[in-house]
Design a binder for this molecule. Structure first.
Ligand code: NAP
Ligand code: GDD
Length: 344
């Protein structure tokens, strides 16, 4: 019998990588996608299967995690072995503009899944919750582990912390197999275009093709622990194959400033940037041509910033035998190359 997985957030970066990973593992995959006025399935078009053909392994259902009746009925009808709750308003800056929508989706959306599992009494279901390093906030630790305290500094981080705790509550109270994957930043060529990594690599690709577009950024001194989404979705799956539900960090245990990411990405197309100035006057230019490549725009700063992230994934490495295939250079290489291919 094939295993059946239900994924919320299937149209997002991780949903697309996870669906492809599970299909390769011979799962039947069901995804929940929101109705939108324009079709937004670009990331999964390559695995779409016409329902009318034989032996279909991939199904899409309309839904929204804030709609309990929808989530309840999908779980009841699909009866999955594994649920991956990846749906979220996942942009930290946007969460300051839309705190209520962000919380309804990121916090109550998770509760809708857990309540449905409890009410249907489907104890066989294993539930994965997309928790985040953003929950830690600015704690003074060089390398963050599962034992560290939470101190979120954004509506996004706070909404995700609710989900983290409700997963633990339902695990302990109702004996539901529910695990939190506390994932540090992970990127890929499928990363949303307004996250900093992709914004940078798309600009590099435009420069490669001769477009002279200045890259405007916010805080270039924050540090992030960046990995590749392909490695991280494998970790999600491993969490649900483990003998018991638990909470695991996935991270690369290295940290880099946004500025260094910019330098590395431009160096892939042979441009070595020089920086000068301070604060919003800081710029990056090419010494040879004097041309300006990067400027600072205060609109990209956040009301509150998480300055530093570096995670310790020893627990996942030891208990789940989780491994990473990508380091930061390989990740940036792939992102720049794919964006160069995509940009005309
Ligand atoms: P993403 O690309 O922004 O994808 C988010 C997905 O959630 C999209 O499919 C989106 O649908 C869907 N969604 C949003 N609101 C929804 C709602 N109310 N009902 C149903 N679906 C909804 O995010 P990602 O990078 O793949 O991240 C996946 C999950 O991991 C998120 O929960 C994120 O918060 C968490 N996470 C991500 C990272 C990271 O670095 N990528 C790190 C830690 C945790 P539309 O396409 O219709 O907008
Ligand atoms: N998005 C963006 N755009 N960020 C910028 C910019 C810009 O123009 N300029 C500087 N930054 C800085 C942000 O202030 C932040 O410190 C850093 O770049 C990374 O920003 P994002 O790429 O937007 O990611 P994030 O760290 O805020 O959030 C991502 O990682 C979390 C895990 O730590 C998201 O994927 C979250 O969903 C995820 O939980």
């Amino acid at each position: 019998m094939k295993k059946v997985a239900l994924i919320s957030g299937i149209t997002g970066q991780d949903g697309a990588y996870l669906a492809k990973f599970l299909l390769k593992k011979n799962y039947i995959v069901h995804g929940i996608k929101r109705r939108s006025s324009t079709i937004n399935t670009d990331r999964i078009d390559d695995i779409y299967e016409d329902r009318h053909s034989n032996k279909v392994n991939f199904f899409l259902h309309y839904g929204d995690v804030t709609d309990y009746s929808n989530i309840f009925n999908l779980i009841k009808n699909i009866n999955p072995n594994e649920i991956y709750n990846l749906a979220a308003q996942s942009h930290v800056k946007v969460s300051f503009d839309t705190p209520i929508y962000t919380s309804n989706t990121n916090a109550l959306g998770t509760l809708n899944f857990l309540e449905a599992i409890k009410t249907l009494n489907l104890k066989k279901i294993k539930f994965y919750q997309a928790s985040t390093s953003e929950m830690f906030g600015n704690i003074k630790k060089k390398s963050i582990s599962e034992k560290d305290k939470f101190n979120p500094v954004s509506p996004y981080g706070t909404s995700k912390l609710y989900s983290y705790w409700i997963v633990k509550n339902y695990r302990e109270s109702y004996n539901i197999f529910a695990s939190n994957g506390i994932l540090f930043n992970h990127e890929s060529p499928l990363r949303g275009e307004t996250f900093v990594s992709r914004k940078i690599t798309m600009n590099v690709a435009k420069r490669y093709h001769g477009y002279k577009e200045i890259l405007y950024l916010g805080n270039i001194y924050s540090k992030r622990d960046w990995g590749h989404a392909a490695d991280y979705v494998e970790g999600m799956w491993k969490m649900l194959q483990y003998k018991k539900s638990d909470d695991f960090i996935l991270a690369s245990n290295s940290t880099t400033t946004v500025k260094e990411f910019v330098n590395k990405a431009f160096s892939k197309i042979g441009i070595n940037l020089t920086w000068k100035g301070k604060g919003i006057k800081e710029i990056a230019f090419d010494k040879k041509t004097k041309e300006i490549y990067v400027r600072i725009d205060k609109n990209y700063f956040r009301p509150n910033e998480l300055n530093y992230l570096k995670g310790n994934a020893s627990k996942a490495k030891k208990l789940l035998k989780w491994k990473q295939r990508y380091n930061l250079d390989k990740l940036i290489d792939e992102m720049v190359s794919k964006d160069i291919e995509k940009t005309i």
